[in-house]
Design a binder for this molecule. Structure first.
Ligand SMILES: Cc1cc2nc3c(=O)[nH]c(=O)nc-3n(C[C@H](O)[C@H](O)[C@H](O)COP(=O)(O)OP(=O)(O)OC[C@H]3O[C@@H](n4cnc5c(N)ncnc54)[C@H](O)[C@@H]3O)c2cc1C
Length: 409
C-alpha cells in the first residue's frame, strides 16, 4: 500500500533531495523532514572550497531557497534530533519529547568526522570540518593564524590546505601513507596531488604518524610525530575521514555494516525503512557489491531513487559513482569504483606532469574508473566506458586523437 505519511531523518543534501524527489514523483501525503542542525539543508562541498575562501556567498550554499519547503508542504523541523525509532509502532522519537508517526521512513543521517585517537586531540585549537560553522571557524583562522597543521591528506585535508595556502597561511600536511589519496588513486596517479601541493608551498610529510597533539596546557600548539619530529602550528585541522551516523539504525535493530545496509532499491532490512546518502551502504548492481559512497553526486541522486522506491516503483540504483575536487588550479572529476588493488593497469591519456590528462584504471582490459583532470566535457564518456564493461584497446584509450566516443559500444 502506498504510504500516506513519510518521515525523513537528516535534513542535509540527501534529505532535501529525497523530499524534492517525493513531491516530484507525486507524493501528496504528509512529509516531515527532521534535522538536528539549525541551518536550512545545505551543500558541503563549498565549505572546503569557495565558501571557505570567501568567494562564495552564504546564501548560495543552500539546497533550496527558504520558502521552498513551505511551498512544497513539507514539515521542516530544524534543530531537532531524532533519538529513537520504534519499528513496531512506526514512530520516531524527537529529542524535544514529541513523536512522529510514519508509514515509510528514510534515514539520511549522513556521516561525521572521525576522531583522532591520540593524547591532546580534545584541546582547543583542534578542529575538524563537516558543518558550516566549522568552515566559518577555519575561515576566521585564515585571518589570525600564520601556520596550520593538517592531519590527513585526503580530499578534505588537501582542499583546506590549498585554501590556507591561497590565504597566505603556511600549511603542513601529515599523511601516514606514502602518498596522499593513495588508496583512491593508487601509486601511479596519487603523486600528481603530492606534486601539486608541494609546488604550492605545502609542507607535505608522508609516511608520518601522529603520536599526539602538542599543547601549551590550554590550546593546541602543533603535532607530535611518532618519529620524534614535531610540527609547530597555531591550530590543527584533523581530516582523517568520516564515519556513518548509524546509531539510530543500530538501536532500531536494522542491519548495519559500514553504514546502513540497503538493497538496490535503498530498502533496509525493515521493508518500511530506507536509507540514502553518506549513511547508506547500498548494493550497486553495476559494481556487483554493496558500496558506501561519501560524495555529493550520490547524496543528490540516490535519495531520489529511494523516493521512487518508497512510492512503490521498482528501482535498481546502478549509477556510476562520481565525484569531483578543486585544489589550487587543478579541477577534476572521477567516475567509477575501484578498491585498493582492484585494477591491474593504469592508462593515461596526456601527461600526468602537465596536470591536464585523463587516467583510466582497468581490470582485465575493462575500464573500472576514469579521472579527467583539467579537461572538461568528457566525464559522460568516461561513465559510458565504465558502464559498458567492454574490453578497450589500451593504445586507443591512451591516444588523445581517438575520440572517447569511438571506444566501446
Ligand atoms: C567539507 C566537505 C567538502 C566536501 N566536498 C566534496 C566534493 O568536493 N565533492 C564531492 O563529491 N563530495 C564532497 N563532499 C561530500 C558530500 O558533501 C557528502 O557526500 C554529502 O554531504 C552527504 O550528504 P548526506 O545528506 O548524505 O549527509 P550529511 O551531509 O552528513 O547530512 C546528514 C544530516 O543528518 C543530520 N543528522 C544525523 N543524525 C541525526 C539525528 N539523529 N536526528 C536529526 N538529524 C540528524 C546531520 O546533522 C546532518 O545535518 C564534501 C563533504 C564535506 C564535509
Amino acid at each position: 500500500m502506498a504510504p500516506s505519511s513519510i518521515v525523513i531523518i537528516g535534513a542535509s543534501l540527501a534529505g532535501a533531495k529525497a523530499a524534492e524527489g517525493l513531491r516530484e514523483a507525486g507524493f501528496e501525503g504528509r512529509l516531515t523532514l527532521i534535522g538536528d542542525e539549525h541551518e536550512l539543508p545545505y551543500e558541503r562541498p563549498p565549505l572546503s572550497k569557495g565558501y571557505l575562501q570567501g568567494k562564495e556567498e552564504r546564501g548560495k550554499i543552500f539546497v533550496h531557497p527558504p520558502g521552498w519547503y513551505a511551498d512544497q508542504n513539507i514539515d521542516l523541523l530544524l534543530g531537532v534530533a531524532v533519538t529513537g525509532i520504534d519499528r513496531d509502532r512506526r514512530t520516531v522519537a524527537r529529542a524535544d519529547g514529541h513523536t512522529v508517526a510514519y508509514d515509510a521512513l528514510l534515514l539520511t543521517t549522513g556521516a561525521g568526522p572521525r576522531h583522532l585517537p591520540v593524547p591532546g586531540a580534545d584541546v582547543d585549537g583542534v578542529l575538524s570540518l563537516r558543518k558550516v560553522s566549522d568552515s566559518e571557524r577555519i575561515k576566521s583562522l585564515f585571518g589570525s593564524a600564520s601556520r596550520l597543521a593538517f592531519v590527513g591528506g585526503g580530499w578534505i585535508g588537501l582542499e583546506v590546505a590549498a585554501a590556507a595556502r591561497e590565504a597566505g597561511v603556511a600549511a603542513t600536511i601529515v599523511e601516514m601513507e606514502s602518498l596522499p589519496l593513495l588508496r583512491v588513486l593508487g601509486p601511479e596517479v596519487a603523486g600528481v596531488f603530492a606534486d601539486l601541493h608541494r609546488d604550492h608551498g605545502v609542507d607535505l610529510r608522508t609516511g608520518a604518524r601522529v603520536a599526539g597533539i602538542l599543547t601549551d596546557g590550554r590550546r593546541a600548539t602543533g603535532v607530535q610525530l611518532a618519529d620524534g619530529a614535531r610540527v609547530d602550528a597555531d591550530a590543527v585541522i584533523v581530516a582523517i575521514g568520516a564515519a556513518p551516523n548509524t546509531e539510530l539504525a543500530l538501536e532500531a535493530g536494522l542491519d548495519v555494516a559500514n553504514g546502513v545496509l540497503v538493497d538496490a532499491s535503498l530498502r533496509t532490512s525493515d521493508p518500511n525503512i530506507y536509507a540514502a546518502g553518506d549513511v547508506a551502504n547500498a548494493f550497486n548492481p553495476l559494481v556487483g557489491k554493496h558500496i558506501r559512497v561519501e560524495h555529493w553526486d550520490n547524496a543528490r541522486r540516490q535519495p531520489k531513487a529511494a523516493a521512487r522506491a518508497m512510492l512503490g516503483e521498482q528501482v535498481a540504483d546502478d549509477r556510476v559513482p562520481y565525484f569531483f575536487t578543486d585544489q589550487f588550479d587543478l579541477g577534476m572529476e572521477y567516475a567509477g569504483y575501484v578498491e585498493p588493488g582492484g585494477y591491474d593497469s593504469v592508462v593515461v591519456r596526456g601527461e600526468l606532469a602537465s596536470r591536464k590528462f585523463i587516467s583510466f584504471w582497468l581490470a582485465d582490459g575493462r575500464v573500472r574508473a576514469g579521472m579527467n583532470v583539467n579537461i572538461w566535457g568528457v566525464n559522460d564518456q568516461i561513465q559510458r566506458l565504465v558502464r559498458s564493461g567492454q574490453r578497450i584497446d589500451p593504445a586507443r584509450l591512451a591516444d588523445p586523437n581517438t575520440p572517447l566516443e569511438e571506444l566501446g559500444a
